[in-house]
Ligand binder design. Structure first.
Ligand SMILES: Cc1ncc(COP(=O)(O)O)c(C=O)c1O
Length: 212
């Protein structure tokens, strides 16, 4: 967030990365920046928010701590966005901040349509990729459209803490911002292993009534 120099030579351009202790710390930083621009505006959140007694809520605690107004837009039972509800809420809340969440590493069925519409409306939106770092890095399927995206490293790698705040404003390459310098993990291997674990679970759960 500290870097604002816009790249003139697109060949050297890249997203900028900033380490945080967690995804929620990155999300809090984003909300604080947004509040400076629009002190009385509202955060639009998807209507599925996790909470646990140990960890609280990764999405909601930052909103609550920042003291910003909020409202929920609807999702269906597969956690896909109800686009007409989202559109209505964006239209009736000028300068709102929209949070899109890529739950469990999956992207919304209508992700392209959603981001195209948000871009067209010049909406300030953010991508929560806490579960979806590998979905972004391997295939680039999410995290590259919102003003910022944030990630939870400790959910993907064997680390006790760690998050990333990524700015999608194309900025000049700056030394020391590339996380792979210090993160020596075989990400493709981790990606493949996580997918094969998922496929294994799908297979053994598929005949149980009530589980899709
Ligand atoms: C969708 C989502 N976003 C953000 C977070 C926050 O992640 P972290 O534990 O890195 O703060 C979590 C987890 O709590 C989450 O499930």
């Amino acid at each position: 967030m500290g870097i604002t120099k816009i790249a003139e030579n697109k060949k050297n351009a890249q997203r900028t990365w900033e380490y945080t202790n967690s995804a929620r710390e990155a999300w809090s930083n984003i909300i604080e920046e947004y509040k400076k621009l629009y002190p009385n505006a509202k955060v639009l959140l998807p209507s599925y928010i996790g909470w646990s007694a140990n960890e609280g809520s990764g999405i909601f605690d930052s909103v609550k701590n920042a003291g910003v107004d909020f409202e929920f837009y609807s999702l269906d039972k597969y956690l896909n966005t109800d686009i007409s509800d989202l559109k209505n809420k964006v239209k009736s809340n000028e300068n709102c901040l929209v949070l899109l969440v890529h739950y469990f590493g999956f992207i919304d069925d209508k992700y392209s349509e959603i981001v195209e519409w948000l871009n067209q409306e010049k909406t300030y939106y953010i991508e929560d990729c806490a579960h979806a770092w590998l979905t972004d890095l391997i295939g680039g399927k999410c995290g590259r459209n919102g003003k910022y995206a944030f990630y939870s490293l400790h959910k993907i790698l064997p680390l006790s803490k760690g998050g990333l705040l990524v700015s999608n404003q194309i900025e000049e390459a700056v030394e020391n911002l590339n996380p792979f310098v210090s993160l020596n993990y075989d990400l493709l291997n981790i990606y493949n292993k996580r997918r094969s674990n998922y496929q294994y679970l799908v297979k053994i759960l598929k005949d149980i009534d009530g589980i899709e």
